[in-house]
Design a protein around this ligand. Structure first.
Ligand code: SF4
Length: 326
């Protein structure tokens, strides 16, 4: 791998979709300071590095999911104490969106624990999307697998982003989920893209995967025909009762490396420092921002797991001289 001071800078930093595993592996293998330096340079080419985009995530339908994602407390297959609830009413969701807006969020994400939405559920979600848009916020939903017609309906309601993560590498995927395959995920992403909705797609690390799986996950994302506009990188939040409870913890530097490689390979995407911040030191989070993360989830809860409170986040952004993106 060429070191930064030897790189033909402009050519190296334009978005590319032909990243090979070898190239991605070589980025991960760079000396840590060199990797962070390259990522920080790429970040500056496309973004103001002092700005952080703030999203809020609300669980609009919690628990009782028939899928078996080994990290997820909302799967009905694991005894985690998460109670299955019905889809929230539209007005209740809009009240939460108003509060999120007042707290500085510019994007409101709504998550439902489904394998795939039923059409009658989609009617309600479309009404939520319309209502949140009317508040002047960007909208994002994550509802599981979609077919083309469902993606089109969401687009018609004004949806800006659809979240559907690849989770991990194609090779490790079967260790984490058995109720749907990697290709199902890619198909949903293609339906979302075809409908003209922006894509939010990333993954989770710290699930017991090996370094090559982190390479494979980023290489797959970076080789998509269009890079996801948002790339959430999550650190596993271990929840008792899930199969991944007790998994070996990932070293913080490996997490930061994953952020940096995502930034370099997908230079124009928002890279989101997503789940796992509650247990992360301020110093690790600061390194993630230096390495090119420029988006966070804000608010005390991420679906069903804890997240730092708003005050704590604001204090951290203040300490680092960062500010919320308009
Ligand atoms: S991650 Fe989503 S699809 Fe998987 S079990 Fe949890 S709610 Fe269901």
């Amino acid at each position: 791998m060429t070191l930064a001071h030897e790189m033909p800078m402009r050519a190296a930093m334009l978005p590319r979709h032909d990243w090979t595993r070898e190239e991605v592996r070589a980025l991960f293998a760079l000396p840590f300071p060199e990797l962070i330096f390259q990522a920080a340079m790429v970040h500056r080419q496309h973004f103001d590095p002092t700005e952080v985009q703030i999203s809020t995530l609300l669980s609009i339908k919690t628990g009782g999911c028939p899928e078996d994602c080994a990290y997820c407390p909302q799967s009905a297959k694991f005894d985690t104490g998460v109670k299955a609830e019905k889809l929230m009413e539209v007005e209740a969701v809009l009240a939460e969106a108003r509060a999120a807006k007042a707290g500085g969020a510019t994007r409101f994400c709504m998550g439902a624990a489904w394998r795939a939405p039923k059409d009658r559920d989609l009617d309600k979600v479309c009404a939520m999307v319309k209502g949140v848009k009317a508040l002047g916020m960007e909208t994002c939903v994550t509802l599981g697998m979609l077919d083309g017609a469902q993606a089109e309906r969401l687009k018609q309601s004004g949806l800006d982003y659809y979240n559907h993560n690849l989770d991990t590498s194609p090779e490790f995927y079967g260790e984490i989920i058995t109720t749907r395959c990697y290709q199902d995920r890619l198909d949903t992403l293609a339906h979302v893209r075809d409908a003209g909705i922006n894509v939010c797609c990333g993954g989770i690390v710290g699930m017991g995967e090996g370094p090559e799986d982190r390479v494979g996950m980023i290489a797959t994302l970076a080789a998509l025909p269009v890079h996801p506009e948002s790339v959430p990188i999550n650190m596993l939040v271990q929840v008792e009762g899930t199969p991944l409870s007790g998994a070996a913890k990932l070293d913080a530097f490996d997490f930061v490396r994953t952020i940096a490689v995502a930034r370099i390979t997908m230079p124009t995407s928002m890279v989101r420092l997503s789940a796992g911040r509650e247990d992360m030191s301020e110093e690790t989070q600061a390194l993630c921002f230096i390495a090119g993360a420029n988006s966070i989830f804000y608010g005390p809860k991420l679906l069903t797991t804890p997240n730092p409170g708003r005050d704590r986040d604001m204090r951290l952004l203040d300490k680092l001289g960062l500010r919320a993106m308009e």
